[in-house]
Design a protein around this ligand. Structure first.
Ligand code: PSV
Ligand code: MN
Length: 425
């Protein structure tokens, strides 16, 4: 069993049609009382797509342990089948972002052909110099692109160039660089020189980047370095992007911020600098960066999309070069939930936040902001946030041939059970 058969999806949708149509009509009426045409919202809502992480399909667990479930994919080809299931049922996840070397293809041409046959393409390719790999000459124990030893930096640069080559063969258009480089103790690293070395190494990678590609740098305040991560915040990421050139931009992983950080502000600032490259969506309660998107702070997710929709509608942003086109990707690790179910639900939460942001009455909001009417300005956002847009999300899925209720169909078709039999080691 490889795909969810379309007849099964259609039959499951059919059984829900009556109640779904009633909900959709009721929402259309309530939106029209607010001067909104549900057809227009639907069309905009259908424009969103989000990429799936190749590394999210097995239960990666936490740093303390891993409790694999039966039927986990054993290789990148099997991960693509699981990704196709997520896309077949949600209709909004047509791309996969792969991690090298975790999911390095044996033959990129074959993998690309397989992806195409499954209706999938490739998003940004992720490098990995945060672990030593078997057979590797130099260790990254004390850093990679920032290492004091030129030979180690060279090795890390070569790895990135290899990622670009693999990405080219797969049809990717971006390279995402997250570095674990940093120090765990005061005095360990020269703080300014470490950043200078990172920028120097990235310059070499940037100069080998195809002209149509983008290079994303992903900041993270700590872990595994516990004192001074080199690319620890969006300011450093922005400095790097500005030092490299227009193809470089900043990637915001929602879990990579200290508690209570106003991430929508970070997003607004990066948009203002025209350096918002994209997102790794997930959620976080304490210091974890891998919880399901929207599981802890759904309002924050909405406020982030509020900034994105606001920018997309701004005539100034429309003129920006390179164009304002943030890449949307999920980056989660699954410990307890079935990864396929969690990725489907996370994609839906991203879709929900985006669609709610489309409902914000921006003319009214601008007026209240000008008048300093704090209560009404906040209420304008809340009215949008509190609207249940589920019928719109479901209709986008239905029109894409996907499921009104993805998890219900997934459970009914017994995909995981079938894979548990097939994928024995
Ligand atoms: C690092 O925590 C990170 O967010 C980077 O994106 C890595 O590529 C990914 O997680 C690996 O799990
Ligand atoms: Mn990430």
């Amino acid at each position: 069993m490889d795909r969810i058969c379309p007849e099964l999806i259609a039959a499951a949708n059919q059984a829900l049609t009556k109640s779904f149509q009633q909900d959709f009509r009721a929402l259309g009426e309530s939106l029209s009382r607010r001067g909104l045409d549900i057809k227009n919202i639907l069309a905009e809502s259908a424009s969103l797509t989000v990429a799936l992480p190749s590394w999210g399909f097995s239960q990666a667990g936490t740093r303390f342990g891993r409790f694999p479930i039966a039927g986990e994919p054993r290789n990148v080809a099997e991960k693509m089948f699981d990704a196709a299931v997520v896309n077949d049922l949600t209709g909004i996840t047509p791309r996969v972002s792969i991690h090298v070397p975790w999911d390095k293809p044996i033959d990129s041409k074959i993998l690309k052909r397989q992806a195409t046959s499954l209706g999938l393409a490739f998003d940004s390719i992720n490098s990995n110099t945060f672990q030593d790999q078997p057979g590797q000459r130099y260790s990254y124990r004390f850093g990679s692109l920032s290492h004091t030893d030129r030979a180690v930096r060279r090795q890390a640069i070569e790895h990135h160039l290899e990622c670009v080559e693999i990405g080219r063969a797969l049809g990717s258009k971006a390279l995402t660089v997250w570095l674990a480089d940093g120090g765990s103790f005061p005095g360990q690293q020269h703080l300014r020189l470490a950043l200078e070395r990172v920028i120097g190494s990235l310059r070499e990678i940037y100069s080998a980047l195809p002209k149509t590609w983008r290079l994303f740098t992903e900041h993270k305040p700590f872990e595994p370095a516990f004192y001074s991560t080199v690319v620890q915040d969006w300011g450093t990421s922005l400095m790097i992007a500005q030092a490299l050139g227009p193809q470089a931009a900043c990637l915001v992983d929602l879990g990579h911020h200290l508690p209570n950080c106003n991430i929508e502000m970070v997003v607004a600032r990066l948009i203002a600098a025209n350096r918002l490259g994209g997102f790794h969506f997930n959620d976080s309660k304490f210091a974890d960066d891998d919880l399901s998107t929207g599981s802890i702070k759904p309002y924050q997710l909405f406020l982030i999309f509020n900034e994105l929709v606001d920018a997309a509608r701004d005539p100034e942003t429309k003129k920006s070069r390179p164009p304002f086109e943030p890449a949307y990707m999920i980056d989660q690790s699954h410990n307890l939930k079935d990864p396929i179910e969690d990725l489907m639900l996370s994609a839906v939460e991203i879709h929900r936040a985006f669609t709610k942001a489309l409902l914000v009455d921006r003319t009214a909001l601008a007026r209240y902001q000008e008048m300093n009417d704090v209560v009404m300005a906040e209420r304008t956002l809340k009215v949008a946030y509190e609207t249940d847009v589920s019928p719109i999300l479901a209709e986008v899925r239905r029109q894409a041939g996907a499921a009104l209720d993805p998890v219900a169909v997934y459970r009914r078709c017994g995909y995981r059970e079938a894979k548990a039999c097939e994928r024995r080691n």
